[in-house]
Ligand binder design. Structure first.
Ligand SMILES: Nc1ncnc2c1ncn2[C@@H]1O[C@H](COP(=O)(O)OP(=O)(O)OP(=O)(O)O)[C@@H](O)[C@H]1O
Ligand SMILES: [Mg+2]
Length: 424
């Protein structure tokens, strides 16, 4: 946990500030309650589920929207004492079967209880050669009635063993039928519940669906504000607007651009983070992530010399107005493409490109949903989208005025004033 950072005086202080910034903007899931922004309704829904004995939850959404963070934090938002919560959090491994997954879950539950001095609440066995849903249910029934055990199965989409999925569905159904206090929360990347529990429709009734969309600009701003409050730094309106706009609703990018731009200011011994610091952050991001995104980008946009339009259309897709789940219509590609090409554009100019982006040849950079003539598109890997925009800006495919006319998901934002009152 990081204390409020004082105004730096010595060169060592400035260096320490850079490290503190890195901690505040860590790219892993949030595990400190005061650094967690927004998501109020989802927190409430999960808490309601926990206090309803017959209910369990499935938390799903696009990659990187903040599922693990929400699962880490929501129970700490319970207003009263946290004394009786016991949390077992496991990461699914592709090699897991039912026994390995659920014995891990019991072990984690017990470890948490011991670590927090609550072992007497969870008098369970954890050593088994093989377990069935009934074994797990019986162990969970041993938990003290005053305890609130929660088992979080993260990355459930990585569970490939079909038997394990079916047995997990049976377990949830049985916990619900027996009114066991323990709550199971399945977490995974998916567009809808069926993706995660395909073929196990019987657990739909006890499962509360918690869908996590991209964050609103307000929530992204809150991520910045919560961290600014702990530093002596100030953030210029332009810089703030740029970070939030580029992130396209993905908290990961607010963390990354926030970290790099705040660090750039600290490196130059300034307490105000400016527009130019975000530019420096974009450069650093492109050079540090080149490897992870570049191959996919090249596959998606490669072309022979007669048609170099793929990069432009893909950038326009990344800039297109989309809904909360990241889907955009072909029509919404027109305004950004017009600005990139600086001439009128019709559907016919880019229809072929969209169709190709969905294909295997272009690495399925986009996925398509809906009926003919009403197709909607989304980036298969949402993380690619801000990368493409940042790269487009660095490669000068869009100019400043173009960028300023675009924002996600609603109308362009005016630069926000800095709500913190730190003086430089
Ligand atoms: N509510 C939030 N407040 C502040 N930061 C957040 C919040 N939610 C997510 N983040 C940040 O966003 C990034 C992605 O979050 P997280 O790992 O929780 O997403 P995820 O949906 O579990 O991703 P994946 O699909 O890759 O497992 C992390 O850097 C995390 O710190
Ligand atoms: Mg996660």
């Amino acid at each position: 946990m990081i204390d409020k950072i004082e105004r730096p005086k010595t060169p060592e202080d400035w260096l320490a500030l850079e490290f503190d910034i890195a901690q505040l903007f860590s790219t892993g899931p949030v595990d400190e309650e005061r650094l967690f922004a927004g998501r109020t309704s989802q927190v409430r829904l999960l808490l309601e589920t926990v206090f309803d004995r017959s209910k369990h939850a499935i938390l799903f959404g696009e990659r990187g929207v903040g599922k693990s963070s929400l699962a880490n934090i929501f129970w700490r938002r319970y207003g009263k004492t946290l004394q009786s919560f016991v949390i077992g959090r496991v990461q699914t491994d592709p090699s897991d079967d039912f026994t390995s997954l659920w014995t891990k879950a019991l072990e984690e539950l017990l470890a948490f209880a011991k670590m927090t001095g609550r072992a007497e609440l969870v008098p369970i066995e954890v050593e088994f050669d093989r377990v069935s849903p009934d074994t797990i249910r019986r162990e969970l029934q041993k938990c003290n009635p005053n305890s609130i055990p929660i088992i979080i199965i993260d990355e459930f989409d990585k569970l490939y063993d079909e038997d394990a999925k079916e047995l997990t569905a049976n377990l949830i159904k049985s916990l619900s039928d027996y009114n066991v206090t323990a709550t199971i929360i399945l977490v995974g990347v998916a567009e809808n519940v069926s993706d995660l529990v395909k073929g196990h429709e019987s657990i739909r009734r006890p499962l509360v669906q918690v869908k996590l969309d991209r964050m609103s600009n307000e929530e992204l701003n809150e991520i910045l504000n919560l961290r600014l409050k702990l530093t002596p730094l100030k953030l210029d309106g332009d810089a703030r607007w740029k970070i939030v706009t580029l992130a396209r609703g993905l908290p990961f990018y607010v963390h990354m651009l926030g970290k790099y731009s705040f660090q750039n200011a600290a490196r130059e011994r300034r307490l105000t983070v400016k527009d130019g610091d975000v530019d420096a952050a974009m450069d650093r991001f492109i050079s540090e992530t080149e490897q992870s995104f570049q191959d996919d980008y090249v596959t998606a946009t490669a072309s022979n010399q007669t048609d170099a339009k793929f990069q432009e259309v893909l950038l326009a897709c990344a800039l297109a107005q989309s809904d909360d789940a990241g889907f955009f219509s072909p029509t919404s590609v027109i305004p950004p493409l017009k600005m990139i090409r600086k001439r009128p554009v019709t559907h016919a100019n880019f229809q072929r490109h969209l169709t190709e982006f969905v294909s295997e040849d272009r690495g399925r950079v986009l996925i398509r949903r809906g009926q003919d003539r009403q197709f909607r598109y989304r980036f298969r890997d949402p993380m690619m989208q801000p990368y493409i925009i940042i790269k487009g800006i660095r490669d000068e495919m869009v100019d400043e005025s173009t960028r300023n006319a675009l924002s996600y998901p609603e109308a362009p934002l005016l630069p926000l004033s800095d709500p913190t009152s730190n003086d430089e």
